[in-house]
Design a protein around this ligand. Structure first.
Ligand code: C5P
Length: 393
């Protein structure tokens, strides 16, 4: 059994740490709780002890514990340390290497993987001091999950919310590479592609990358090693995932081919079907009274079809998406046959799913079409990851 040390610091989001502890135990981890003085103002040691089923730590100066070098044991006796929620203050102390309470001392004394889930006011998160501290910690190998965008406790909206407990559990499993997909390599494409017209202009599309990024996170959450090849998006890198950033379809194809072999490939990117036939080396000038230029297009490579026909390098399972506005399932079936992939997730984009939080999909496979209820994209991703784990077992 993998043992987690859960450090809870002072944030109103501390209550979510209880839910995380519950989920982690249900997923087979043992959890030891450690409350900072700030954390203990938001949740009680009793609540954390009841949910973790073990004694909660908090005092560096406990004679009883330190007789057995308690802080060193806490630092070493767990497979990973999860700091959730991590306040701006605790992150600053970690970056500075301070050790003035039990949490910071343990964090300085550990050689175990550490995952930090920040939660704070958006202005505090955006502050250059916090950002510099986060950068310092990242460089030292500390992993981060979140924060997320959304409504805060105070009437404010922005980046600073603690990640939701299921996503935090995914990040822990990704960091430890435990789960049914441990030892497997998953390749995921996500986001739009940008096809250059000239050095400043491009043809693109409205794909947000949310679905592809969520799939990468969910696969990593089941223990897979994940390579995410992403077009330009405004999303944070999913924790524990190797991200390769590309712009054009041709770059995306090259990055995917370089990432092979893989056990599974999920093509969730909205790849441009066409690109400008020529990319001019200099910016096209607007000339007064001249007619507007015409752009002629050339066809882009089809990444899904290329991966499906990669011969001995073909992933065992190749999965594509089909964004349609009518006859969704019929088109998906035809696309599955034409591209040679195993499964197609058909989604009705007339239902306003592009860029949205939710998705309505139908899984089309050899076995037929299976309609999934309308779900959050993160839930679609988790269902798909579970199905992939089943198929690769
Ligand atoms: O043909 P269509 O664009 O509808 O197919 C959608 C599926 O094919 C998606 O899985 C998408 O990621 C993939 N695709 C691709 N390369 C292209 C076009 C689409 O991988 N050039």
């Amino acid at each position: 059994m993998q043992r987690l040390l859960l450090i809870v610091s002072g944030s109103v989001a501390a209550y979510k740490a209880l839910e995380f502890a519950r989920l982690a135990r249900r997923a087979g981890f043992s959890v030891t709780g450690l409350l900072t003085a700030g954390g203990a103002r938001f949740i009680t040691p009793l609540a954390l002890a009841a949910i973790t089923g073990s004694r909660v730590h908090g005092d560096l100066w406990s004679v009883e514990e330190e007789a057995q070098a308690g802080h060193i044991r806490l630092a070493r006796d767990h497979e990973a340390i999860v700091v959730a929620p991590a306040s701006a203050d605790l992150i600053a102390k970690m970056a500075a290497g301070l050790a003035d309470d039990l949490a910071t001392t343990v964090l300085l004394a550990t050689n175990r993987p550490v995952l930090v889930a920040p939660a704070m006011n958006p202005t505090m998160w955006a502050h250059p001091a916090t950002q510099a501290n986060v950068e310092t910690l990242r460089r030292r190998g500390v992993a981060f999950a979140g924060p997320e965008e959304g409504e805060m406790a105070e009437p404010e909206i922005g980046l600073g919310r603690l990640v939701e407990p299921p996503a935090l559990l995914e990040a822990v499993r990704a960091m430890l590479a435990v789960g049914p997909l441990a030892g497997r390599h998953a390749l995921v494409t996500s986001g739009p592609t940008f096809e250059a017209i000239d050095p400043v202009r491009f043809l693109g599309n409205r794909s947000s990358g949310r679905q592809g990024h969520a799939i990468a996170a969910a696969l990593a959450g089941l223990g897979a090693r994940v390579t995410l090849v992403s077009g330009p998006v405004c999303l944070p890198d999913p924790p524990g995932v190797r991200v390769i950033r590309v712009e054009s379809a041709r770059e995306m194809l090259a990055a995917c081919e370089a990432a092979l072999p893989a056990d599974v490939a999920v093509c969730a990117a909205a790849v441009a079907d066409w690109r400008p036939a020529t990319e001019t080396a200099t910016k096209i000038k607007k000339v007064a009274a001249a007619p507007p230029p015409t752009i002629s297009l050339a066809e882009n490579p089809d990444i899904l079809a290329a991966l499906s026909s990669a011969g001995s390098r073909r992933p065992r399972l190749v999965i594509g998406f089909a964004a349609e506005t009518e006859n969704v399932v019929a088109h998906a079936k035809e696309k599955r046959a034409r591209k040679g992939c195993d499964w197609i997730l058909a989604n009705d984009v007339s239902a306003g799913v592009f860029g949205a939080e939710e998705n309505a999909v139908t899984l089309v496979s050899e076995a037929g079409a299976e309609v999934w209820p309308r779900l959050a994209k993160t839930e679609v991703a988790r269902r798909l990851a579970a199905r992939i784990a089943e198929a690769l077992r």
